[in-house]
Design a protein around this ligand. Structure first.
Ligand SMILES: [Zn+2]
Length: 478
């Protein structure tokens, strides 16, 4: 039985999904105005491992991760410049070009890291009508008010405000800085819709003004739309956004729905560089692409899994060298097992069950990946001893390989250059290649569509070859 730490209750709780066999999950995605840094890689791999373990446990997971393409202002502020617009002005291009460029960049990184594609990746610019409707509803319900074309959420109307981050309204009021924005009734109120200044590029007509949505409202609207106007199972994100972003999401969604937004809040921790907090101003923020180039995606993924998702990670040469050495060990182990497994059938006396039980106990304990990996290393040590003693049969090796494949469906490590593509897809690709050879282009196109529908794309390369990739940004499967 999976026990998951729930930030909302501050304790580990048994995970029971709302609908049997199905999990609905929303994860706050990156604001796409720059390349992803290592902290993003850590977070989205951690959420991918959680999702994969839910699938390993038999659940069907509907996984939503947004790309924020409007409304996230510089310094996470309530007024000022949009992060994307600032970049667009600096590079003298349209903001859409910025968001398209960095969504593609993020998707390349996520594909390299073998992160499974989301069921859907919504963007707030595609949700403006729904956002306006949602805000209108909050005004009608008395939770929000309009002043001079901007709309604010009235925190005092939602007495549970602060329950996620553990802050008390009284303390927040004492701590609130002298409010510059005099439109707000209370300094804790936050913007749902912001009236645009004339130099603002991204703006839309609404009942209140030509303006744009606040940063927090998008996650409430898109999770509601794509997960069914109801409480959903798991909300994931980085714990640095617990306040105000996640706290405000809770207030908006629960005011709108009249019930809980999400049962579980699962938040990952940050990555330090040589013991220091990464920040743009310090110049010690590691670009994910640089790290991937330097160490390879599988080593990065293994390094991430080597820490519990709620612990602070430290990026250092030594920790990555350790991950590389461990990856080599796993590679060798799999190659050894594959070589052994080719012999004739034989008896098997190897008992894999204790390893499986230990793996599942570790993962059931709040996705404890470092302990789950230690079970794999124990298995490697034990099998190596048996190989030396010539006491491991082909049948044993087959059993061990089957177990490895099952646990690696959770770790998601792509070893010696293999890409994890389902058999169904490779069969279709082979059929398509045959059709192409026979110059049956109608059939070849048909097969390509079928592959598309299953969430994969075939890209033809210049040397008459092709590559198969999981497709990103798939259409919503409602
Ligand atoms: Zn969010």
């Amino acid at each position: 039985m999976l026990n998951l730490y729930n930030t909302l209750t501050r304790k580990k709780e048994e995970f029971v999904s709302i609908n049997p066999g199905k999990v609905s999950m929303y994860v706050c995605g990156p604001t796409v105005y720059d390349h992803c840094h290592l902290g993003h890689g850590r977070g989205y791999v951690a959420m991918d491992i959680l999702r994969r373990y839910l699938e390993y446990s038999g659940y069907e997971v509907r996984y939503i991760m947004n790309y924020t393409d409007v409304g996230h202002l510089v310094n996470d502020a309530e007024v000022g410049e949009d992060k994307i617009e600032r970049k667009a002005k600096a590079e003298k291009v349209d903001p859409i070009e910025i968001t398209n460029t960095y969504i593609r960049s993020a998707e390349d990184d996520f594909t390299a890291l073998n992160i499974k594609p989301a069921t859907f990746n919504p963007r707030p610019t595609q949700y403006i009508a729904q956002i306006i409707k949602f805000i209108q509803d909050l005004i009608e319900k008395g939770y929000a008010y309009e002043v001079n074309g901007s709309v604010y959420f009235s925190v005092e109307k939602f007495p549970e405000y602060g329950k996620l981050s553990g802050r008390k309204i009284e303390d927040m009021l004492v701590g609130a800085r002298v409010e510059i924005n005099e439109e707000k009734k209370s300094p804790l109120d936050f913007a749902l819709w912001i009236k645009a200044t004339s130099e603002h590029i991204l703006k839309w007509e609404s009942h209140w003004s030509l303006g744009y949505p606040g940063w927090h409202i998008e996650c409430s609207v898109m999770s509601c739309d794509l997960l069914g106007q109801d409480t959903f199972d798991i909300h994931g994100g980085g714990n640095e956004n617990i306040f105000p972003h996640n706290e405000n999401e809770v207030a908006q969604s629960e005011a709108y729905l009249g019930k809980k937004m999400a049962n579980f809040w699962t938040l990952w921790n940050m990555v330090l560089t040589d013991g220091e907090k990464m920040s743009k101003s310090k110049g010690n923020q590691t670009n994910l692409k640089d790290a991937l180039k330097k160490y390879g995606p599988a080593a990065i993924r293994l390094w991430i899994a080597s820490s519990h998702y709620r612990s602070v990670m430290n990026y250092s040469e030594e920790s990555l060298a350790q991950a590389k050495a461990n990856l080599q060990k796993i590679n060798d182990f799999v190659l050894n097992m594959e070589a052994l497994a080719t012999s004739e059938n034989s008896d098997s006396s190897f008992d894999i069950k204790p390893y499986q039980e230990k793996f599942e106990t570790a993962m059931d304990n709040d996705i404890n990946t470092p302990v789950a990996l230690s079970v794999l290393y124990e298995l490697i040590t034990d099998t190596n001893k048996l190989i030396v003693e010539s006491a491991l049969s082909a049948q044993d090796a087959k059993k061990i390989l089957a177990f490895w494949k099952r646990i690696n469906s959770v770790f998601g490590l792509v070893l010696h250059g293999q890409v994890e593509i389902p058999q169904e897809i490779t069969d279709l690709v082979k059929e398509r290649e045959l059709a192409r050879k026979n110059k049956d282009f109608a059939k070849s196109d048909q097969l390509r569509d079928a592959i598309d529908k299953l969430g994969y794309i075939v890209e033809d390369t210049k040397d008459n070859n092709f590559i198969i990739k999981p497709a990103r940004n798939a259409s919503p499967k409602k």
